[in-house]
Structures are given as C-alpha cells and as structure tokens.
Design a protein around this ligand. Sequence first.
Ligand code: PMP
Ligand code: GLN
Length: 389
Amino acid sequence: LNRSLAEFGTTIFAEMSQLAAETGSINLGQGFPDTDGPAEVLEAARRAIAEGRGNQYPPGPGVPELRRAIAGHQRAAYGLDYDPEREVLVTAGATEAIAAALLGLLEPGDEVIALEPYYDSYAACIAMAGARRVPVTLRPDGDRFALDLDELRAAVTGRTRLILLNTPHNPTGTVLPREQLAAIAELCAQRELYAVTDEVYEHLVFDGGAHIPLATFPGMRERTVSISSAGKTFSVTGWKVGWVCASPELTAAVRAAKQFLTYVSSGPFQYAVAEALALPAEYYASFTADLQAKRDLLAAALADAGFGVMRTQGTYFITADIRPLGLPGAEGADGEAFCRALPHRAGVVAIPSQVFYDHREQGAPYVRFAFCKRPEVLTEAAGRLKALA
Ligand code: PMP
Ligand code: GLN
C-alpha cells in the first residue's frame, strides 16, 4: 500500500456496517435511508434502461438533460446561473467530485483547510493529491458545534490553496450561519483562496432554516467549486450521481482529473436524476419535514436513554455525548470503545466521532447516530438504547 494511503486503513463505514450485519444489529452507523427514493424517480431509471438511454458510456461531462437540470436547480433554489455546457460536470457521486476537485486543483505541498471533524474521504483525497490538511476544529458551544472564525483565519498561511467547506456538516449536524459564511467568503477573497463546498445535505436543513451556498456571496461564484449529489436528496445513495458547478476554468480543472478516475458513470441513473430534479418544490418540503420528524424521534430517544444530545440543524445525523450515561471504564468516555461494545450490549450500531478528527481527543466522548430510518426502526432502536442506562 502506498505511503500516503497507509494511515487511513479501512473506512469506518465498511467496518461498522459489517459489524451490524454480523451481530444482527440496527445500523444507525453508515448514513443511508432504509426506504428508497420516490416511486416516479425509480420508475424513471427503469424507463431509461428499457429505452436504451445511458446503457452505453454517457458523454464525459454528463448527459445534457442532467446538466441542464442541475443548472435549473441552482437557478431555482439559489439564483445561481451556470452554463450547463461549460460550468456543470456530472461525477460518480459527491465522493468523486471531491476527489477530482482536490486532485485537479492542488499541487504537492499545498495546504487545505477543512472543518474537523470531517467526512473521512477528505483527508485521504488531500493525501492522494500530495497536499497537507490543516484541520480547524468545530467546538462544542452549548448544545451545538460551532466554528471559531478567528481559528479559521489563523489557520491560513502562504501555502493555503483552498478551504474545503461542508455545510450542513457531517458528522456534527451544524449549519454554518450566514454571517460566518460571509466572513469565510471575505477571507477567501482577501487571501486569494479557492473554496470547495460539499453541499450534499443542501435539502436537509431543519427548523425552517435554508441552505446558503458559499457561491452566492460576492466574488465567490468564480472561486468556488460547488459539489452536491442525488444520493441524499432523492434517497438513492447507491446510484452515485453527483455533480460540480463552477466557473469554466475550475470545471475544466476538475474534469481533467475526473476523466481518468471513472471517465463516466451511472448512465441510466443520470437520466432518472434529471427527472428527479424537476420534482416540484413540495417534494423538497415534505422530504425535509420527514427527516426532521425522524431527527426529533431519535433525539428524544437518545435523551431519554441518558445521552447528552447535541442539536442537529441539518444532515442525517445526531451527535451524542456518552459521558452522561455514566458507564464504567473505557466505554464511559471513549466513543470508540463504546461503539465496539454497543452492538453486543444493545444491538445498535453507531459511529465513533473520533474517527473524523485529527485531534482525536476532541472527539472521544461523542458518537454519531443516523436517523434516516423508518420510524418503527428508530423506535425499536430507542427501546434497545434505553436498556443501556
Ligand atoms: N460528503 C459528505 C459530507 C457525505 O456525508 C457523503 C456521504 N454521503 C458524501 C460526501 C458522499 O456523497 P456520495 O454518496 O454522493 O458520493
Ligand atoms: N455519507 C455517509 C455517512 O457519512 C456514507 C458514507 C460512506 O459510506 N462512505 O455515513
């Protein structure tokens, strides 16, 4: 194994999903819904296959129908205009978009600032690009995790090439407020940084809030590679249809890397996602409301079971503090020990937050639970967790 990858081992998601299967546990670890996306979207994929659309290699930048639909979504949702020909690129999920953006933009020795805890592919892709990650830690502030702008500003050096920003944020469930996004935009302009924004949870902002893309701030459209995907928004995580919206120059840089990673992917699913993006606004409203109700169900259950529950403003996830449970030994304060024991003790799988940190001690008492599951599954998990205390 090459040296830049050796430190990363096996992704936690594979490991914990396997543990769930082996122990027959309820899997609240890896974030995927247990009900598939809207019937008409699934039907659109069947139709595309039957009609021979996308069964052979689609065009490198993605099928025109989907690129137009993505541009239409950015316009309708955020008032952002992208040229589907030169400023939109379809990728194999957001995962490939992130990898290709980093490989396409970074030089060896460049520094990348990312908000810690971070989604596990960030560190690995930064390493594959020969660059260096500079984590800025989101710290517990009351019942949520918050960014300290001064820490962010202090992390910028002469070698910083870009900020990799994820909001709504996995795993903490934090949504960065408008004022902080404005300050980040200003920082990028002042220090001439690019931004790569991971917006896969854009339609999962709760309590009446709304996602604000960094690209909507003055001067940021030209500096930002905006990334999203269909997996979360349409409950089809296995389809792996993602995309990039950016200036022609930045899109070309991402594409230069992407063409040699997968070249293309997901032919028929691209057509189906184009149809999904044409769903009316009510779809998004009911999708968000459904997940918000699931968040509320699991948050109440975790509190009832004795966890400290951090507030989730967006995403699929709740971060819980295990210390209030008062369990003896390592399981009482070390999320990793807790998560390894939990399937055996309670038949539930969660993810130890510390795997998302470079400063692992910062994440030690926290574990991440996914609530993108049917209510009866969450209720069953709640009963099992309650027995822990
Ligand atoms: N970014 C974040 C923050 C995620 O949680 C995930 C996981 N779904 C991804 C990217 C990857 O998205 P995709 O499945 O579209 O590759
Ligand atoms: N994004 C999902 C999560 O954070 C799944 C990621 C994966 O399986 N690689 O759980």
